[in-house]
Design a protein around this ligand. Structure first.
Ligand SMILES: NC(=O)c1ccc[n+]([C@@H]2O[C@H](COP(=O)([O-])OP(=O)(O)OC[C@H]3O[C@@H](n4cnc5c(N)ncnc54)[C@H](OP(=O)(O)O)[C@@H]3O)[C@@H](O)[C@H]2O)c1
Length: 335
């Protein structure tokens, strides 16, 4: 069936500016790190992406290595984009990244100009896009001068292959250095993509003030701690879950301490008439420097559950205080 996007798609979500830029992002964005490789049915992927756009999710986040195998999420997205989304290109913000291993040899990863720009061309070819809206350095490279890495991002903008640039997993000092290096090329640093959720609070230690001072937006990844901050594991480990199937999450994450905290959070969510996932998303969105929460979803039902977060009012200070004893950094970390 040809795809015709929902006419009411822009009546449902909130949109905000990304830092001190003109780019607006939805408060909840969709990432395709997991659930969009060759290991999953294309029809499920298509249903999730169509539903997201129908609900006003204008931003889809990808990276060169997403799959499995690496590259397959970009290829699958390219197929779905060509069939469904091509007429809507100007309504979409599509990002990709480079930083992790993609091929053999000395130019396969990290932050050299050689790797970043060849990876960008390969990502454009896989997705079939003419440009990415945002191109990221996926991780800081301790062995490459920041001027080289940021110079490559600036070249991507000047070549018309990216409209904006971002960084991911950079600490506050590295963020300042990246911002300054890009300024030399008159390219603003649009956005930072760090991990942030109730069980990983490391960025509270200094990143937010830097983002506010420099006018950089942020899109926080794994806001549901890969599913740990949902009802997914309250009664065991479902066979189709990430903990059962992914190298990034496993049974060792489901500790008694984790279950105790997550059950308490579940109660607080129920008191607000929300799911635990919705509480977890409202919690990251309470931070003024957070532009968007970057979720994953393995089904349309999960996506809908997450987007309904925005139907409820923001958390009150009493609710934030009640959450605090259970939002413990390191919960669910593998021993
Ligand atoms: N820059 C980086 O270094 C980096 C790293 C990681 C991720 N990211 C980005 O962030 C995106 C999101 O990461 P993530 O997938 O870890 O995010 P997440 O939202 O924390 O976790 C998503 C997983 O949680 C479960 N889930 C989601 N909604 C649910 C709901 N309502 N009820 C029950 N379970 C639910 C699903 O697990 P099941 O699959 O078990 O159903 C889903 O796959 C990625 O796609 C990627 O774009 C970036």
């Amino acid at each position: 069936m040809p795809y015709d996007a929902d006419a009411d798609r822009y009546d449902q979500l909130e949109y905000v500016k990304t830092g001190r830029s003109g780019l607006t992002l939805p408060r909840i964005s969709l990432g395709i790190w997991n659930n969009f490789g060759y290991d999953r049915p294309l029809e499920t992927q298509r249903a999730i992406i169509r539903r997201a756009f129908d609900r006003g999710v204008t931003h889809i986040d990808i990276a060169n290595n997403y799959g499995p195998p690496p590259g397959s999420a970009e290829s699958n997205f390219g197929t779905i984009f060509a069939q469904d989304l091509l007429p809507y290109r100007d309504e979409l913000v599509i990002s990709s990244k480079a930083g992790y291993r993609m091929w053999d040899g000395p130019y396969q990863d990290w932050g050299s100009r050689k790797y970043l720009l060849s990876s960008l061309d390969a990502s454009l070819a896989r997705t079939g896009l003419d440009y990415f809206d945002i191109f990221y350095s996926h991780r800081p490279d301790p062995e490459t001068p920041i001027e080289e890495t940021m110079g490559a991002l600036a070249s991507a903008v000047h070549a018309g292959k990216a409209l904006y640039v971002g960084i991911s997993n950079y600490n506050p000092e590295q963020t300042r250095a990246a911002h300054a290096a890009l300024a030399e090329h008159k390219v603003p640093l649009l956005i930072h993509q760090p991990r942030y959720n109730m069980f990983d609070r490391h960025i509270e230690d200094g990143l937010f003030p830097v983002l506010a001072e420099l006018g950089i937006g942020s899109i926080v990844f794994s806001p549901l701690a890969q599913g740990l901050l949902t009802n997914r594991y309250l009664d065991g480990i479902p066979q189709d879950s990430r903990a059962a199937n992914s190298p990034f999450l496993g049974a060792s994450n489901i500790t008694p301490e984790y279950l105790e905290r997550v059950r308490a959070l579940h109660e607080i969510a129920a008191g607000r008439g929300q799911s635990l996932a919705q509480l977890a998303l409202a919690w990251v969105l309470r931070v003024p420097e957070v532009t968007s929460a970057l979720i994953g979803a393995s089904s349309v039902a999960q996506l809908d559950d997450n987007l309904a977060t925005l139907d409820a009012p923001p958390l009150t200070s009493d609710e934030i205080e009640a959450i605090e004893p259970f939002a413990v950094h390191g919960t669910g970390l593998r021993p």
